[in-house]
Design a protein around this ligand. Structure first.
Ligand code: PEP
Ligand code: MN
Length: 262
């Protein structure tokens, strides 16, 4: 039980980022960390535009085993370097319970990907480390199942869980997933945990990301996690849904009224 909303603190005690408080939290960065130069370029640009944390995949949960799987440990080192250069806390996915400690040594936030939302061994493992967890809703998971997945993390002692709606399986290929906008007010009513929305994976199309971002914030989300790439056409994963740097900057300007209202 909690008397009010849970505030999850990311990053250093000296310059913390609070998720679930008064300020909107925008996390941005590439789907995959593809190299040091592109990561640093993106990190500096998203920080300048107003993002408060950097995302970047090191271990990628690709549908095909023949697709780019991420740069792994090398990418973790690049993320830590990007944090050192920009001061932005970094968010990255961990897929393997055996790698939780390693990822926690490099990252500020452990992302549990949608496909692993009910990987109970992984949930318990991230529950045992002192790092906030960004828990994404499974592509076919109910809200009740998402909340029980969060319980698996918290049951081990880690109370710093951030929920993320990223779209659920639908039948219409016009979008990659169906953004369940109602999940936001349902989650806000049923839990004290912060709620973020990932409009990039919901839409699967960069042109829809601004509208879904506005919808998420209008529905009461505490913030957004958005894919941004300096050259989306050349991205090694999720290029079609990634904003380029000017588009992200323009989106942040468009979101300013929501920040003022929060
Ligand atoms: C991602 O954030 O790049 C990702 C793979 O997200 P999801 O687990 O929501 O598909
Ligand atoms: Mn992605």
């Amino acid at each position: 039980f909690s008397a009010g909303p849970t505030h999850v603190r990311l990053g250093s005690a000296a310059r913390p980022v609070i998720v679930g408080g008064d300020a909107l939290t925008v996390i941005a960065g590439p789907c995959s960390v593809e190299g040091e130069a592109m990561l640093l370029e993106t990190a500096h640009a998203v920080r300048a535009a107003g993002a408060v944390a950097l995302r970047g995949g090191a271990f990628k949960p690709r549908t095909s085993p023949y697709a780019f799987q991420g740069l792994g440990r090398e990418a973790l080192v690049m993320l830590a370097e990007a944090r050192a250069r920009t001061g932005l806390p970094v968010v990255t996915e961990v897929m393997d319970p055996r790698l939780v400690e390693l990822v926690a040594e490099h990252a500020d936030v452990l992302q549990i990907g949608a496909r692993n939302m009910q990987n109970f061994a992984l949930l318990s493992e991230v529950g045992r480390v002192q790092r906030p967890v960004l828990l994404k809703r499974g592509p076919s998971a109910t809200i009740a199942e998402l909340l029980m997945a969060a319980e698996y993390v918290m049951a081990q002692g880690n109370r710093d869980v951030i929920l993320c709606e990223r779209g659920i399986k639908g039948w219409d290929p016009a979008t990659r997933n169906t953004f369940d906008v109602a999940a936001v007010p349902v989650l806000k009513a049923e839990t004290h945990l912060p709620v973020l929305v990932d409009p990039s994976h919901a839409a699967g199309r960069a042109d829809l990301v601004p509208a879904l971002s506005c919808a998420a914030l209008a529905a009461g989300a505490d913030g957004l996690i958005i894919e941004v790439h300096p050259s989306p056409a050349e991205a090694r994963s999720d290029g079609p849904q990634s904003l380029d740097l000017p588009a992200f900057d323009a989106l942040m300007a468009r979101l300013r009224p929501f920040a003022a209202a929060a």
